[in-house]
Design a protein around this ligand. Structure first.
Ligand SMILES: *[C@@H]1O[C@H](CO)[C@@H](O)[C@H](O)[C@H]1NC(C)=O
Ligand SMILES: *[C@@H]1O[C@H](CO)[C@@H](O)[C@H](O)[C@H]1NC(C)=O
Ligand SMILES: *[C@@H]1O[C@H](CO)[C@@H](O)[C@H](O)[C@H]1NC(C)=O
Length: 531
């Protein structure tokens, strides 16, 4: 009996699936997220292939995978390399570009071009297609910022697919997968407000969401045309492939993010990229140790890797320096990409460094606070590490992330244009350093995240394995997705009810009038005099 049980256990434990994770090389935050999914599944013994269409040549060495060994690059062919784009060329303008509809075209056009070129290059590579065919994948995962891979998965005959969003909310997908849209209180990806909006802000939130959707639909239609051209006319449209995915992992955490209604396919795995065990085991080297010991307080300043500090408008840099100079008891560590730091000459409480051990610093008690651009990676790290922060979002989803964290009252939101305003920046930096309530609130959030009932890694492993074994789950596709606006919003029922009431009311009126004409009742007015 016991032997039989052991044998069964052995079978269960060695059940290993072949998983394909598709991650075009174009942005570190997207690639890191997909890499974490791959490594999480590799860690528990699945055979994971990490497939990377090289969209941006400059990013193909930043794969992010640590333990997944089977990495396949779809190199740029001659046709693509002749017209290839570099993401970094389009980042400097983000410092001063405001998020509003007239700028959407500019914010999107290079991304479109990049995804289109990359898709065509990917589809032209028949070698990769043949190689992938030999691997008999059970499950395939991609980020729905490009649907090229959905056509590819279909061609390979993979029916068990997973969508994974490295941002907390891809609201442009919601109508396509049948998830409710709540523009009145759920900030969209590029929203400029939190969840409490006035009439104008609700309108803007709606407009941003629709504009994104228009742009993404255009891209997806083009990609569909491309994969059909190379893989065959019979490959379905993206509108059919997207909702046929059985799972939707989102980089959102229910204890951190704005609450919103979801369908059951949506599994929030926010924070999967934060490995607290590893972070807590990190040691700072002696140089950093010495820097942190110089003053009572330390503040890390980093705007991430996409938009460069070195490209910041000079007035903003000078104003940041003025604030730094006004806090002589604090050492500021500024992640800065070049040696060109003449502008800070004579100010001795600032350290410039091209690379900073961000997580090790965040985990160190001597670091008092963080000034960050609010990329989701950094936002999650600082939420898990319980550090107070000043958040200065630059573009994309960063305003949303900053508002999301500020809600927990462990951080302060500062608009990027206010980097030029001494009073605002000084006030924010000084409060975050010295007001203990921020630390207390940040620590409370970190406690919640550390002890949440379902850890993101477990969710990824269990749901993926369950899908591999028992999926796909077309029955989880809500009918509401294909209902028209009228049926879905009960407009026909309201209309029927109104017509019924009106008809009843009118009939009642007719009957009353008829009765009144048949049996006239004389209303006699009694006069005071008659009494
Ligand atoms: C997984 O990969 C290993 C090593 O490449 C191989 O021996 C094994 O058969 C693979 N498992 C499956 C289920 O394909
Ligand atoms: C710096 O610290 C010293 C000693 O604790 C204190 O006297 C001084 O007021 C502080 N300066 C500022 C600008 O906070
Ligand atoms: C910047 O400074 C470092 C160390 O001083 C040096 O190794 C590096 O070559 C310099 N880089 C440039 C672009 O001047």
């Amino acid at each position: 009996m016991i032997r039989k049980l052991c044998f069964l256990l052995l079978i269960v434990q060695t059940l290993s699936f072949n998983v394909l994770v598709l991650s075009p090389a174009f942005g570190a935050s997207h690639m890191n997220f997909m890499a974490h999914l791959a490594d999480t599944l590799t860690e528990v013994g699945h055979n994971v292939t990490f497939l990377i269409p090289v969209a941006d040549e400059a990013r193909k060495d930043q794969l992010g995978v640590k333990i997944t060994k089977d990495v396949v690059l779809v190199e740029q062919d001659e046709i693509m390399s002749r017209q290839s784009l570099v993401v970094d060329d389009h980042m400097d303008s983000m410092w001063t570009l405001d998020t509003h509809e007239p700028n959407f075209e500019e914010m999107f056009s290079w991304f479109h071009k990049l995804m289109e070129l990359s898709c065509a290059n990917f589809m032209r590579n028949t070698e990769v297609l043949s190689l992938m065919k030999t691997k008999n994948f059970d499950v395939a995962i991609l980020e729905p910022l490009s649907v090229c891979g959905l056509g590819f998965f279909k061609k390979l005959g993979i029916e068990k697919t997973i969508l994974a969003s490295s941002c907390s909310l891809y609201d442009f997908l919601l109508p396509d997968i049948g998830e409710p849209e709540e523009h009145s209180y759920v900030p969209s990806l590029s929203s400029q407000t939190g969840d409490q909006m006035n009439l104008y802000e609700r309108y803007k939130n709606y407009k941003f969401s629709k504009e994104w959707k228009t742009q993404m639909d255009k891209l997806f239609d083009q990609e569909t045309a491309i994969y059909r051209k190379y893989l065959g006319k019979d490959i379905p449209d993206w509108r059919e492939l997207l909702p046929s995915a059985s799972l939707f992992f989102t980089n959102s955490n229910p204890y951190l993010d704005f609450p919103r209604p979801v369908i059951q396919k949506t599994i929030p795995i926010g924070g999967i990229s934060v490995n607290m065990k590893k972070i807590k085991s990190q040691k700072l080297d002696s140089d950093w140790d010495e820097i942190l010991n110089r003053r009572d307080h330390n503040m890390l300043v980093s705007f991430g890797s996409m938009v460069k500090s070195a490209q910041m408008p000079i007035e903003w840099k000078n104003n940041i320096l003025k604030v730094i100079e006004s806090e002589p008891n604090v050492t500021f560590i500024w992640k800065y990409e070049t040696n060109d730091t003449e502008f800070a000459k004579g100010i001795d409480n600032v350290i410039f460094s091209k690379w900073v051990p961000q997580t090790a610093l965040l985990n160190d008690d001597r670091l008092t606070a963080f000034l960050t651009h609010g990329g989701l990676g950094s936002t999650n790290e600082l939420a898990h590490c319980g550090k107070p922060a000043v958040m200065v979002p630059i573009f994309g989803d960063q305003v949303r992330n900053a508002n999301m964290l500020a809600r927990h009252k462990g951080s302060i939101f500062v608009w990027k244009n206010d980097l030029a305003d001494f009073d605002i920046l000084k006030q924010a930096v000084h409060s975050i350093l010295y007001d203990p309530k921020y630390k207390k609130n940040a620590m409370h959030l970190a406690d919640i995240l550390e002890n949440q009932p379902h850890q993101p890694k477990d969710l990824v492993v269990k749901h993926t394995e369950f899908l591999a074994q028992y999926g796909p789950f077309p029955k989880m596709d809500p009918v509401g997705r294909s209902l028209g606006f009228i049926a879905r919003n009960f407009i026909d029922i309201y209309a029927a009810a109104i017509i019924t009431y009106l008809t009843l009311g009118y009939s009642f009126y007719i009957v009353l009038r008829f009765l009144a004409s048949k049996f006239p009742v004389r209303l006699v007015r009694k006069n005071k005099k008659d009494l």
